[in-house]
Design a protein around this ligand. Structure first.
Ligand SMILES: *[C@@H]1O[C@H](CO)[C@@H](O)[C@H](O)[C@H]1NC(C)=O
Ligand SMILES: *[C@@H]1O[C@H](CO)[C@@H](O)[C@H](O)[C@H]1NC(C)=O
Ligand SMILES: *[C@@H]1O[C@H](CO)[C@@H](O)[C@H](O)[C@H]1NC(C)=O
Ligand SMILES: *[C@@H]1O[C@H](CO)[C@@H](O)[C@H](O)[C@H]1NC(C)=O
Ligand SMILES: *[C@@H]1O[C@H](CO)[C@@H](O)[C@H](O)[C@H]1NC(C)=O
Ligand SMILES: *[C@@H]1O[C@H](CO)[C@@H](O)[C@H](O)[C@H]1NC(C)=O
Ligand SMILES: *[C@@H]1O[C@H](CO)[C@@H](O)[C@H](O)[C@H]1NC(C)=O
Length: 383
């Protein structure tokens, strides 16, 4: 695959290359997370108790997605020969997936590894897959506990993807790592609603506070003006590539869309939809205040098109078996300073998943970005 004329192609190449080895965990000694410090964050759109929450390790050694169990700051992790480490404690995973950090290195699981590379780090895998589950804690159903396995049987358990945020300068010896501040920055815990500058997107009883920034404030204002909806982040972001019609990117966090003559790399965004009421809107916001975006096109303007799809993408979805397009649902232009686009869409049914495809409309149009909550960047669905 030759894409040398496209500057960010190396990112794409690494994403696509990773797919070849998706089924087998990386060799531990070569794990890119070795000797790095990183924060961990859960990703599962549609569940505000879970989505974009950093990991906390409580006094009991259990992992939670909000401060609880004697701890108030998100944990800084490292990786050693497949072991997930916090301070001098090692993650031990029992047969049900219950995960407790213990000082006993011999009890440690050695099955952790880095998955696909993302703009900020890597997916975290356990036993070679994204097998983590977040479940309401037994004593507080608003705080979720993380399991690497079946979970605790609560019907509200949710499968999560885990993003490891690696500080560019991180090493095991640095004490105050950027990984910590990164996870703090994206924190959207229920308790944040009491902190100054917090903004709530309110719908029925669901509150998703997002720490204020100029962009987020502007977005919140416009969100509040419409029929009060909160942004759902895509739970699945999958790249399909017409030049490699049977290769699979896996689930990534960096959407990439481009056209090079007849070759297309498109991104399929999949949202898990909670209860739907009223109108539904697909919203794209990109500016330069988040992780770097790359946009190219004629005179610097890329032209893009969105479709709704007849079925939901999954890890087996590739270009050649991609879901059928039902209809164009919108077009937008974007430049390197960003873009804003919103379109009303047919509401998906409550408690289902829905996929949308983004494609470049003109030759040499190129777009890549990173989905994030604060500042709010990327494609979101409001239901
Ligand atoms: C796993 O869960 C089952 C059912 O809840 C329980 O009986 C069993 O003791 C658990 N096993 C471990 C190792 O915790
Ligand atoms: C790890 O995955 C393999 C196959 O993918 C499975 O057979 C095994 O039970 C898993 N082990 C754990 C501890 O989850
Ligand atoms: C399009 O993809 C084909 C197949 O991989 C490749 O041979 C060709 O060079 C690509 N064209 C461009 C313009 O990238
Ligand atoms: C996964 O997606 C592929 C292609 O989009 C489809 O053929 C397949 O039926 C899907 N699998 C499930 C379990 O939905
Ligand atoms: C995008 O820009 C092109 C070229 O300026 C213009 O013709 C087109 O109408 C624009 N499309 C949208 C959706 O604004
Ligand atoms: C979506 O529909 C609502 C209600 O009809 C309307 O107020 C809003 O402006 C529409 N949004 C867009 C982007 O067209
Ligand atoms: C797809 O989009 C078209 C055009 O907006 C709309 O008529 C149709 O209902 C949509 N279908 C689904 C399943 O979203």
């Amino acid at each position: 695959m030759k894409l040398t004329s496209i500057p960010i192609a190396s990112t794409l190449l690494s994403l696509l290359a990773a797919s070849g080895t998706l089924a087998s965990p990386l060799h531990k000694r070569d794990d890119p997370l070795n000797n790095k410090q990183f924060g961990l964050m859960s990703i599962h759109s549609g569940n505000s108790y879970v989505h974009l929450h950093p990991f906390y390790v409580g006094d009991s050694g259990a992992i939670y997605l909000d401060p609880t169990d004697g701890t108030s700051t998100s944990a800084v992790f490292s990786m050693s020969n497949g072991r997930l480490v916090v301070g001098n404690l090692y993650a031990s995973v029992d047969s049900n997936g219950t995960t407790i950090f213990k000082s006993d290195a011999n009890a440690a699981s050695t099955k952790f590894s880095a998955g696909d590379a993302t703009n900020v780090g890597y997916n975290l895998l356990y036993n070679g897959t994204q097998s983590a589950v977040a479940c309401p804690a037994s004593d507080n159903d608003q705080v979720y506990q993380v399991y690497f396995g079946a979970g605790n049987g609560n019907p509200n358990c949710a499968g999560i993807a885990i993003e490891a945020f690696v500080s560019p300068s991180s090493s095991s010896s640095s004490s105050s790592s950027a990984a910590t501040s990164t996870s703090t920055r994206v924190s959207s815990s229920a308790k944040a609603s009491t902190s100054s500058g917090a903004i709530a997107y309110t719908t029925k009883c669901v509150v998703v506070p997002v720490t204020a920034s100029a962009t987020a404030t502007a977005k919140a204002a416009s969100a509040a003006a419409s029929s009060a909806v909160y942004p759902l982040f895509p739970h699945g972001i999958r790249l399909i590539d017409s030049a490699n019609p049977s290769s699979n990117s896996g689930n990534v966090y960096s959407p990439v869309v481009f056209q090079k003559q007849n070759n297309h790399t498109n991104t399929i965004f999949t949202f898990d939809v909670p209860q739907v009421s009223g109108s539904c809107e697909l919203n794209l916001h990109l500016d330069t205040s988040g992780f770097p975006i790359t946009v190219e096109g004629s005179n610097g303007v890329g032209q893009f098109i969105l479709f709704n799809l007849s079925s939901v993408a999954n890890d087996s979805t590739v270009y050649s078996n991609r879901p059928n397009r039902i209809a164009e649902i919108g077009r937008f232009n974007c430049s390197s300073s960003g873009c804003d686009y919103a379109t009303n869409v047919t509401c998906p049914n409550s408690y289902t998943a829905v996929s949308y495809e983004m494609m470049a409309l003109t030759d040499d149009s190129y777009l890549s970005f990173f989905e994030e909550a604060d500042p709010l960047e990327g494609l979101t669905l409001r239901v």
